[in-house]
Design a protein around this ligand. Structure first.
Ligand code: CU
Length: 457
């Protein structure tokens, strides 16, 4: 991740060795049954090679990576435990003066490890275990800090034995067999106790599993049909229907007045509780919040985004990359639109679901829980030219807490409008660029030297 600067918003972006760094990161396009290796590198360092602290408050009182290896139960010195912090009292960083009697937020180097969410038959060494994290290769790692999580060494050795590819300081190579059906997966950070913060900071994106065939039967003819393919399709191939396959990652975020990302740094943000905290009050961590609902919707990294579409049919893949929020996407504000859900996390459904003809309050609405993906066919053919809004009408509450905003209730969240026009794209929502793997490289198999694909920072 370079600290990608988009206006004045600092993000942790993901990119390839020869592509731009973005957030969401580049979409990886994989083919079924073609194994790939990806080298994930933690580049959370500044230009002098010093580690970057996390951009949000990291709670060290949780069962977390415990990078400084503060002693746990019965004096156990280890990573990936809950430290005891005995005899110390939590204070904010501003008030931190005495390490003997106080503790404060963790501001050391940031561990990462990448998990490919939803991928089947990935071996343990490549699954992105929360306890197989690694620090960036920085020149000022504090004494006593572990550079790797407790499973790193074991899984590193196993991966080396099975594939011949070793891991090293600040990087890890994983092997994905790509045995899923065609579907939309996503990858995200998975480090113990920091996942929600690092994903919120930007480290996530799509991983699109493509079938060698298109996997769709046309219900009218019984013949194989071709789902629309487009910019998220295999890079460099001429698509018969360019621009018709949109991968849209939705996240709720909040911003400080200077444009930087906001995430609560204190439990008091959640319920006003002011302390005392762990270990004085054993069940209450100082920074961690049980849930968080951002007040701004971001699609593929853009606030107040809009998408120009033509009067035709699109394939739209949605990812709910929010930390807590269940989305209720409401298509009823687009008169004439037709929407069918054709796939979920696992791949294509047996039968498409006509969203506009569901019963009751679900009519025209698609529900998407955090980390869930779906695939819709959205037909704008009969929509009149104009501007329309695809709203999220879900409440600021865990599913199914609360009712969808209806009966004139104003949805609290600013939503993302679609502008429908009879013109060719330019898209204003940037679909994360897709990359394919050269077929020669696939043929080379998994024991060759992998390409370096993703860095962070
Ligand atoms: Cu996940």
């Amino acid at each position: 991740m370079g600290n990608a600067q988009d206006h004045c918003v600092g993000l942790w972006a993901t990119g390839g060795s020869d592509s731009a760094f973005t957030s969401p990161g580049l979409s990886i396009s994989a083919l079924q049954n073609r194994p790939v290796q990806i080298k994930w590198t933690n580049e959370l360092v500044d230009r002098y090679g010093r580690y970057l602290p996390h951009m949000f408050a990291v709670d060290r009182s949780l069962h977390w990576a415990n990078v400084p290896q503060e002693p746990g139960h019965e004096g156990l010195v280890s990573t990936d435990i809950k430290p005891m912090l005995e005899g110390r009292r939590y204070v904010t960083p501003d008030n931190y003066t005495d390490p003997e009697t106080q503790y404060t937020d963790y501001t050391g180097p940031v561990p990462i490890v990448t998990h490919l969410h939803g991928a089947l038959t990935v071996k343990d060494h490549s699954d992105g275990y929360s306890e197989a994290w690694y620090l960036p290769r920085a020149n000022n790692i504090p004494a006593g800090h572990a550079k790797y999580g407790r499973w790193w060494e074991f899984l590193k050795e196993k991966h080396r034995r099975e594939t011949g590819v070793d891991w090293g300081e600040g990087h890890q190579t994983v092997t994905y067999p790509n045995t899923n059906r065609a579907t939309s997966l996503w990858f995200h950070d998975h480090a113990l106790g920091l996942t929600r913060l690092t994903v919120y900071a930007g480290a996530a994106s799509f991983y699109l599993m493509r079938g060698l065939e298109y996997d769709v039967l046309d219900s009218r003819t019984g013949r194989t049909a071709r789902a629309p393919a487009g910019p998220s399709n295999v890079y460099g191939q001429n698509s018969p229907n360019p621009g018709a396959d949109l991968a849209l990652a939705i996240q709720d975020r909040s911003f400080n007045s200077d444009g930087s990302l906001f995430y609560p740094s204190s439990r008091s943000f959640f319920d006003g509780y002011q302390g005392p905290f762990y270990p004085e009050e054993p069940g209450i961590p100082p920074n961690w919040v049980p849930e968080f609902f951002g007040n701004t919707m971001v699609v593929n990294g853009q606030t107040w985004p809009y998408q120009r579409v033509e009067r035709r049919r699109y394939r739209m893949r949605f990812l709910n990359a929010c930390g807590s929020r269940t989305l209720y996407l409401d298509f009823r504000g687009i008169p004439g639109v037709e929407v069918w859900q054709v796939a979920n996390d696992g791949g294509y459904l047996d039968e498409k679901v006509n969203i506009m003809q569901l019963e009751g309050w679900r009519r025209g609405r698609v529900i998407l829980a955090p980390a869930e993906r779906n695939e819709l066919l959205v037909d704008f053919t009969n929509v009149r030219t104009g501007r329309y809004t695809l709203r999220n009408v879900g409440p600021d509450a865990f599913f199914p807490g609360g009712r969808p905003a209806e009966n004139g209730e104003e949805p609290r969240v600013k939503l993302y409008p679609f502008e429908e026009r009879d013109v060719v794209f330019p898209r204003r929502i940037r679909t994360p660029p897709a990359r394919s793997w050269p077929s020669t490289w696939f043929r080379a198999g998994v024991s060759t030297r992998p390409r370096r694909v993703v860095t962070s920072g």
